[in-house]
Ligand binder design. Structure first.
Ligand code: CP3
Length: 347
């Protein structure tokens, strides 16, 4: 596969010299863009949308066309591989995902089938479509949810404020919970490899809920399946892997043993602290508080520049938010952030 014309992100991950810091934004393919909302209307529902290759390719490339970001993340969801594995869900308006029959007892784990990647073939087609449509202008990022985050959804059955069902299951049935995580890890190895084979330049593992665990529980439960995914992929390909955990401040020392090429961190930790621990062995992605985007442009610029200055002129930094963009954010401010980082980070 031909290298993208703008390969800043790929160079930053490998700590090779860059002219400026690359930037992309988590949830960049989303509802804050009127153009996204139009596509969403056309598709009917979110699920019909991400299974429609043509519309998903359009959604994926909107941020490149409208914001000039330095990478495209494919439009999909972390839950997509769970449906062919026997766990069906719907996205309820205003609520998010709701599972048909969540895991309640250890017996329910037996319902989880291995993933046959042919059943998520549309994800591969979206990656191919993006690479074709963008003419390899910028790198394409594939992704998956981390086993702990997916397991938490499968047990809760929906988004939760405290994940009490999932964590109680983990404490009551630790061995069964580990079996569940391991089954998910095996599926995700195949799923991410399939995305690489389809043309993804990078993949990101989203452990959005790992931060709800104590450091000991993170180390015992959430981390091992991520390590397994990364080490198995590294046996097959040298394409880079980004590992994102939300709420990592309490167990950064554990997270940074996962073997990823880049660690994506939220705003609750100083990027300087992360740099001191991992750089130059690994790159760092982050870490602007997304809520800054509700402030005025002067503040947005100040906060973005602070992060760039903390990192300094070394390569190895990918600018991003500490978590995703939100549906009610102003497009113009998001665009301003991208432009500011691209201007202010010129070496
Ligand atoms: O980053 C991107 O733009 C790529 C696409 C992407 C989506 N979801 C699109 C989406 C990615 C990478 C995700 C990841 C995801 N999905 C995570 C991990 C990252 C994170 O934000 O923590 C999680 C936990 C999910 C599960 C999920 N999907 C939830 C909880 C929801 C509902 C959220 C809400 O605000 O309604 C979704 C739906 C979803 N995923 C939308 C999009 C664009 C909204 C769909 C719509 O109604 O149009």
């Amino acid at each position: 596969m031909q290298t993208p014309k703008n390969d800043l992100l790929l160079r930053a991950i490998k700590n090779q010299p860059v002219e400026r810091t690359p930037i992309w934004l988590m949830r960049q393919a989303g509802r804050y863009m009127p153009e996204y909302r139009q596509l969403r209307k056309k598709a009917g529902s979110f699920k019909k949308f991400y299974k429609n290759v043509e519309l998903s390719v359009e959604a994926s490339i909107l941020p490149k066309k409208l914001l000039n970001v330095d990478a495209t993340i494919i439009f999909s969801d972390i839950l997509t591989p769970l449906e062919p594995m026997g766990f069906n869900f719907e996205f309820k308006e205003g609520e998010g995902p709701v599972f048909e029959s969540p895991i309640i007892t250890p017996e329910d784990i037996k319902r989880l089938k291995p993933l046959n990647v042919e059943e998520v073939n549309y994800v591969g087609e979206i990656i191919k479509g993006v690479n074709e449509k963008l003419n390899r202008e910028i790198p394409t990022i594939g992704f998956c949810g981390a086993p702990f985050t997916l397991a938490a959804y499968m047990i809760e059955g929906r988004t939760s404020r405290d994940f009490k069902k999932a964590k109680a299951f983990m404490y009551n049935y630790p061995q069964d919970f580990k079996i569940l995580l391991d089954k998910l890890a095996d599926a995700l190895i195949d799923y991410l490899y399939f995305q690489f084979e389809s043309g993804a330049d990078v993949v990101q593992i989203f452990d959005s809920w790992g931060g709800y665990l104590s450091p000991d529980d993170y180390k015992e439960f959430a981390l091992p399946p991520i390590k397994k995914i990364i080490s198995k992929l590294k046996e097959k390909t040298n394409k880079p892997i980004i590992h994102f955990t939300k709420g990592v401040a309490g167990f950064l020392d554990y997270m940074i043993t996962s073997g990823a090429d880049a660690y994506s961190v939220d705003w609750m930790i100083d990027i300087k602290v992360v740099k001191e621990k991992v750089y130059p062995k690994s790159a760092v992605q982050g870490n602007l508080d997304p809520i800054v985007l509700y402030a005025n442009k002067e503040v947005i610029k100040k906060k973005a520049v602070e992060i760039l200055e903390k990192w300094g002129s070394d390569s190895g930094h990918i600018f991003n938010l500490g978590h995703g963009l939100m549906p009610d954010m102003e497009f113009e401010k998001v665009r301003f952030l991208v432009e500011t980082v691209q201007k202010e980070s010129i070496r």
